[in-house]
Design a protein around this ligand. Sequence first.
Ligand SMILES: [Zn+2]
Length: 182
Amino acid sequence: MSDTVLPGDKIALIEECEAGKNSYDDDGLIRSMIVGKSEMNKKERLIDVENQKVLSVPKTDDIIIGTIEMVTPSMIAVLINYINGKPVKSQVECICSIRNLRKRSPALIKDIVKARVIGTLNGVIHATIQDKELGVLFTKCRKCGQDVVLFRDIVKCIECGWTDDRKISTDFLQSNFLKMRE
Ligand SMILES: [Zn+2]
């Protein structure tokens, strides 16, 4: 059993259990110290309140999946949707350099990319899409917006036949599940 509680909320009686993590004994009443979910540990007769805030800022070497929000000749800005496979709702962005990729259009706005975090500089999260498994997971035709199929590292529109290059991830073909989310 778990309930969302606020600081000061009564979460149990001292007869039932003792104060555990993030809770305190207030003259016989156990109250929460934080916003979170209360969890009764029946075995140890403790009541804990778990912090609900998901750690949503990626660390170096974390693998992120995100949606491209901006493309310039030298970099892309990616809104992070997943960190190491876990969905995140916070609006955190990272920046990937595309200068050394030698592609005409390594990625487009709204493409979904996989990237690896390489560090933080002045509060900006930097990531790379350079490795084989990194890069575009899902993209559309630049000309008409229709779906594309992959031929080696070239994408071809199934509607108008336009071909384009991308920095494709080796996971590209398995990425249809992302398409289904739309
Ligand atoms: Zn097209």
